[in-house]
Design a binder for this molecule. Structure first.
Ligand SMILES: *[C@@H]1O[C@H](CO)[C@@H](O)[C@H](O)[C@H]1NC(C)=O
Ligand SMILES: *[C@@H]1O[C@H](CO)[C@@H](O)[C@H](O)[C@H]1NC(C)=O
Ligand SMILES: *[C@@H]1O[C@H](CO)[C@@H](O)[C@H](O)[C@H]1NC(C)=O
Length: 470
């Protein structure tokens, strides 16, 4: 797919006439994306480049914490972390950026791969960043207002610093918490109950071939005798402890090991995900949700994607009867939907299964809204359950500093059955919100719903939330 992104200028007038320049635009790849859009749900996010997934299940939702590759970067340029959530594994709500480099006064760069955990009502988010000394360090963000933050610097300094990266946090059944991290080595500390200090010193894991597989052939490396490279992810399932990790370099694959305790000893299991997908790194995050198991990872599958413009994806998988992890291929289809989406509840416009051309920003009414809506851009929402009685009307919360445009409501594709067309008027400002309402017909059963945006040239309108009525 030849899909070099071209620059797009967004005039963001709400924040004091600040001009934002963005280079991520997917319209050049619109035709090729539409070819597979009916089934594609990977990558999970199309509005920006994401990397290093850290999923966590909380109150019936999956919260997916990611890094963020800057558009057009030619090395790792990462300044903030992002959060998305979903109740069904396919429609993902954008929560914006709950934490950035600016959270840590002592950090200068490299908002790399972290992982959050919940303890005693507080969310602790362990992240690697570059310290003013030049060394990579592990910082801790903390939120006492839920998974979406905001997060503040828990310590005002690194929790631990040895110039290695990629923290993974795990709380065992007995309440003992562990923090692993490392590239090229693998380290851990036993966290105290306060989650921001540790006891027993910094421990180095013996990387043995029995534990992590021998590195061989083209990947042989005197400094790295085993396949372990970076990105550890520690968890416990059915009495077994799993250490999954990015392996070999470069390009990386994902590997797995198991052990009888959170500190091993580890036994190498094999390859979990082969080298695939046009990013020379990968990074695992594994959860169980609603009775199924999921692997989150990243690749370079978005238009303009590659090693420094990565995108987080997900696959469902099934453990072997003995607890083994199968070989999982990357796919465009992603995981199947869990349940359906209720169109009669208010849904955020930034809850998206797939989109083309649009971006998100902080909304003056709270949460996020969708901006950068141009003629022929669209948003797909998957598995929308209209029921047998069906919908009679549709309301969209919208704004426009120009003369607005239209939202076509279509089933199955951007050219599928038209349920209705909602006119969006000018509202006198990009953050002056009003509700547009229109009648719809033919909206029964369960379908993928496409919002196809039409109008003149330039940015047409912004979109905060929507709701159907019966
Ligand atoms: C575990 O099961 C898998 C297949 O499900 C098999 O390939 C593997 O050899 C088994 N491992 C052990 C240690 O029995
Ligand atoms: C993964 O892809 C390889 C190569 O195309 C194929 O041989 C294998 O069957 C696939 N595995 C699964 C589980 O789909
Ligand atoms: C749209 O307007 C009609 C008439 O005022 C109202 O009955 C309906 O509830 C509105 N639709 C939504 C989704 O709010």
């Amino acid at each position: 797919m030849d899909a070099a992104p071209h620059p797009k200028v967004v005039f963001n007038l709400n924040a004091g006439t600040i001009m934002r320049i963005s280079t991520l635009i997917l319209t050049s790849a619109l035709a090729s994306l539409q070819a597979h859009v009916a089934t594609a749900d990977n990558p999970i996010v199309q509005t920006l480049y994401t990397a290093d997934p850290a999923p966590i299940v909380h109150n019936g939702r999956v919260y997916l914490y990611t890094g963020h590759d800057e558009n057009g970067a030619t090395t790792f340029v990462m300044k903030d972390w992002r959060l998305f959530s979903s109740a069904d594994m396919v429609n993902w709500q954008d929560h914006g950026s709950p934490m950035s480099l600016a959270t840590f006064r002592w950090a200068t760069a490299q908002a790399w791969a972290g992982q959050p955990v919940l303890r005693n009502g507080q969310w602790y988010w362990y992240v690697p960043v570059r310290h003013t000394s030049g060394s990579m360090a592990i910082g801790v963000g903390v939120s006492d207002s839920g998974p979406t933050g905001p997060f503040r610097d828990a310590l005002g300094k690194p929790l631990v610093m040895n110039n290695e990266i990629d923290p993974s946090v795990f709380i065992d059944d007995d309440g003992q918490a562990y923090l692993y991290w490392g590239n090229p080595n693998l380290w851990y500390v036993k966290l105290n109950a306060d989650m921001v200090s540790y006891s027993g010193g910094v421990n180095k894991v013996a990387l043995t071939a029995a534990g992590f597989g021998a590195r061989s052939g083209n990947n042989a490396n005197a400094q790295r005798p085993t396949t372990y490279e970076e990105g550890p992810w520690l968890y416990k399932r059915a009495g077994k402890y799993y250490m999954v990790f990015a392996a070999n370099c470069c390009s990386e694959h994902l590997g797995w090991s198991t052990g009888p305790s959170a500190t091993g000893p580890w036994t190498y299991g094999g390859v979990m995900m082969p080298t695939q997908g046009s990013s020379f790194t990968n990074h695992p995050g594994i959860i169980d949700f609603q009775g199924s198991s999921y692997l989150f990872y990243h690749n370079g599958a978005l238009p303009g994607g590659g090693g420094y413009q990565r995108s987080v994806c997900v696959e469902r998988f099934t453990y072997g009867a003995n607890g083994s992890i199968p070989v999982i291929n990357m796919s465009k289809e992603g995981a199947p939907q869990v349940g359906t989406l209720d169109p009669y509840m208010r849904q955020e416009a930034e809850t998206i299964a797939w989109s083309s051309g649009v971006q998100t920003e902080i909304c003056s009414e709270g949460g996020m809204d969708v901006l950068s809506i141009n003629n022929n851009d669209y948003i797909k929402v998957k598995g929308v359950a209209f029921g047998s009685a069906g919908a009679k009307s549709f309301t969209a919360r919208v704004s426009s500093a120009t003369s607005g445009g239209k939202i076509e409501l279509r089933l199955g594709s951007t050219s599928g059955t038209l349920l209705g067309t909602c006119s969006v008027p000018g509202t006198g400002g990009w953050q002056r919100w009003s509700s547009a309402n229109c009648t719809v017909s033919g909206a029964t059963g369960t379908h993928d719903l496409f919002f196809r945006f039409t109008g003149g040239s330039g940015e047409l309108f912004r979109f905060n939330w929507w709701q159907f009525a019966q």
